[in-house]
Design a protein around this ligand. Structure first.
Ligand code: PRX
Length: 695
């Protein structure tokens, strides 16, 4: 049948839409339209002392380990896996055979047949085999001075109490639990408690609106929702329980009834008496959970039993429920954490992400705790009460590994070096970046100013779907190039393909795919395995397609160039253009909308929306605000458009398809690069849009 993209050239109309969308973006990839393209920078060589002490000290040592991981994945990963506790082991002959994505249905399985429990490995094992008195979590509140800590033994007690409570209210193996909590210690505790009893957690980032929460609850139908009454973020109070009330009310209208809302009283933000309450459904966490025993039997689950669902954005309006299972995810997050950050037992680790995103799942909760690490959990905004807060926290806890996002780096960079240099930061050893390409100037500032030119930066490329880090420097092992994620992690085989799916060799640029499987890979999209196959495995037969563009330089370094599908990356948050469009068109006065990403100095990408109003409705500032509010209400504040561009009409092909390529050029003011507009059904639309650019 040939590759779908090849068929496009034949003019066939029955193309998988994913392939069609991808083809439109090839230009962007080849030209490297991205903040990160600083190859002229000299490479940064690690200090010999750092390299000597590193887990992987040289490129040669890496190459040897990498070679083994590719030639003998079963041997490589099972050797690592034996460091964990397995109630029953896997059959070494068959455990990872089902990973060839070339043949028919995609069914990925690792350590099949083995039984384990990730909570047991992340918590109990550290209490029993190591030092239960070691601090597992430091908690830093939004307000300076408000803090707490839990040792591994205390963490185990808390997890068991909640697990016992969940069992008591009827939550069992395979049941879904939605967690809508801010960065309190109760959030990782809740994740671990679910894992302990084999329940499947679905954490919803507490910045999502009631409508997004409704959608997620309706999709996975949890028995219980865990939340808190309110949270203080920066100088704002967010009333989470009100949002949950609305969501549960909406779900009930659709026949989805959640019988229990366990609510943590977050006293620093709100007293219980001020909280709206629904008797019979709502229960205060503090009234029940502490009464349960601090011992709770572990539910041993199959390596392939689901661990969690996490919704993420794709090219269509409906978020995708990415499903991760237990055994492979456990081994993969633990191993990537250890090597990508050169983890040592004396490290104090802080990741500024939120557990509501995959970074928080893999590198706040699971990866670090599986290594017995001490983790800082921060409730607030990294620039509150001033832009020095992050370094204040680093000094307070003597943080050695600091993992953050380029958007924060760029924003702190704008606030000036003074806020950084007034703190010591001498504890820092390794820095990390994730979520979007890091532009070379932000990289250099992070390296020189924050890390005093001493700390290697792990620019880690990965995705919700990949479960863990895929391409990253190993600190100390090889020279870094600012803006490049460098080389693949053990067991990962990245390939760059052209639009026909041909693997490109040497220096090249194209679509980033992964050959074969790795233990942390997601296994399906919840309830829609067909969409899983179509979206990720069909565009380029035989590979997992990441949705990202990538360039490989003459030295084999990888340079990620951004998404090539209709997904935009705003401050490291993934947002589908279709989601924002569907929110906009739900506004009574909006007839049509088209959303594209534009380069943004701090956020990486900003959201730029072209909006056509209903006939006769005039443009107004008030209407602009109301359109933005609609998006905030339907998705969340982080998805609010930065710009509304009034559009009398949208550029469409004769078959009615919106030409985003042209809209992207107009949005980024590259007006002399509009390209061929002759295929538009009405080419004058473009002139009208340009004329309205500055309104
Ligand atoms: O475009 C890539 C970008 O973030 C996308 C994945 O988003 P999400 O699933 O929300 O996970 C974010 C945290 C892992 C990717 O498709 N991305 C992530 N890390 C990097 C990156 N782009 C360039 N460099 C990175 N280090």
């Amino acid at each position: 049948a040939g590759h779908p993209l090849r068929r496009r050239a034949d003019g066939m109309s029955q193309l998988p839409s994913a392939a069609r969308r991808i083809a439109h973006h090839l230009n962007a990839v080849v030209r490297g339209d991205s903040l990160a393209s600083g190859e002229s920078d000299p490479a940064v060589v690690p200090s010999p002392l750092f390299s000597q002490r590193a887990l992987v000290s040289s490129l040669d040592q890496y190459r040897e380990m990498y070679r083994r991981s590719i030639e003998d994945p079963a041997g490589f990963w099972s050797e690592i896996a034996t460091q964990f506790y397995w109630k029953e082991t896997w059959d070494p002959e068959v455990y990872a055979e089902n990973i060839d994505v070339r043949k028919g249905a995609v069914s990925i399985e690792w350590f099949k047949g083995a039984k384990t429990n990730i909570c047991y490995n992340a918590v109990d094992r550290n209490v029993e085999g190591r030092d239960g008195g070691k601090v597992a979590l430091y908690w830093e509140g939004n307000e300076p001075g408000l803090d707490g800590r839990l040792t591994y033994s205390e963490l185990l007690d808390r997890v068991c109490q909640l697990a016992n409570y969940l069992k008591h209210v009827g939550v069992g193996k395979g049941d879904a639990v939605v967690i809508y909590l801010p960065m309190l210690m109760e959030l990782p505790i809740a994740m671990l408690a679910c894992a302990r009893i084999g329940a499947v957690h679905s954490v919803v980032f507490a910045g999502f609106s009631a409508e997004s929460l409704t959608q997620r609850i309706a999709d996975c139908r949890p028995k219980v929702v865990l939340t808190c009454n309110a949270v203080q973020r920066g100088s704002k109070t967010i009333f989470l329980k009100d949002i949950v009330d609305t969501a549960l009310g909406e779900c009930a209208k659709d026949g989805v009834h959640v019988g229990l809302c366990l609510t943590y009283e977050n006293l620093s933000a709100m007293k219980r008496d001020d909280t709206k309450w629904q008797e019979g459904r709502d229960v205060w966490w503090q009234d029940v959970v502490p009464n349960f025993p601090t011992k709770c039997e572990v539910e041993w689950v199959d390596a392939e039993d689901p661990l969690f669902l996490l919704y993420t954005s794709g090219s269509t309006g409906k978020p995708k429920g990415v499903l991760h299972t237990t055994g492979g995810y456990m081994v993969y997050t633990a191993t990537t954490f250890k090597y990508a950050f050169d983890y040592k037992p004396t490290d104090i680790y802080w990741c500024t992400a939120d557990c509501g995103w995959i970074t928080g799942h893999s590198y706040i909760t699971y990866g670090p705790l599986l290594n017995g690490a001490t983790v800082v959990v921060y409730e607030g905004a990294p620039n509150y009460p001033d832009p020095g807060r992050s370094w204040d926290i680093v000094d307070k806890y003597k943080v050695t590994i600091f993992y953050t996002a380029p958007t924060l780096i760029r924003s702190l960079m704008r606030d000036g070096d003074d806020y950084v240099t007034r703190y010591s930061r001498k504890s820092l050893r390794v820095l990390g970046s994730v979520g979007e390409p890091i532009n070379p100037s932000a990289w250099r500032w992070f390296f020189n100013v924050v890390g005093d030119s001493r700390c290697p930066i792990s620019d880690t490329w990965w995705q919700t779907e990949t479960g863990g880090i895929m391409i990253t420097p190993l600190p100390g092992a090889w020279p870094q190039k600012p803006g490049s994620a460098t080389f693949p992690f053990f067991g990962v085989q990245p390939v760059i393909v052209d639009e026909k799916g041909n693997e490109l060799e040497g220096e090249c640029s194209g679509y980033l795919c992964i050959k074969k499987s790795w233990p942390g890979a997601f296994r399906t999209l919840y309830g829609d395995h067909e969409r899983y196959e179509t979206t990720y495995f069909k565009p380029f037969a035989g590979y997992y397609f990441s949705g990202d563009g990538c360039r490989r330089d003459k030295d084999g370094y990888h340079w990620l160039t951004g998404r090539v599908d209709d997904v935009i990356n705003v401050s490291g948050h993934r947002i589908g253009t279709a989601e924002v469009e569907s929110a906009l068109v739900s506004h009574a006065q909006c007839a049509e909308a088209a959303v594209v990403g534009v380069e943004h100095e701090v956020k990486g990408q900003g959201i730029y929306a072209f909006v056509t109003l209903v006939e006769g409705v005039p443009y107004s500032e008030e209407l602009r605000k109301s359109l933005i509010l609609t998006v905030r209400n339907q998705i969340g504040a982080f998805a609010a458009p930065d710009k509304i561009h009034w559009a009398p009409g949208l550029p469409k092909t004769r078959s009615g398809k919106i030409m985003r390529r042209i809209l992207r050029k107009i949005a980024s003011r590259q007006l002399n690069e509009l390209g061929d507009t002759s295929t538009l059904s009405d080419p004058t639309v473009v002139d009208q849009l340009i004329a309205l650019s500055d309104h």
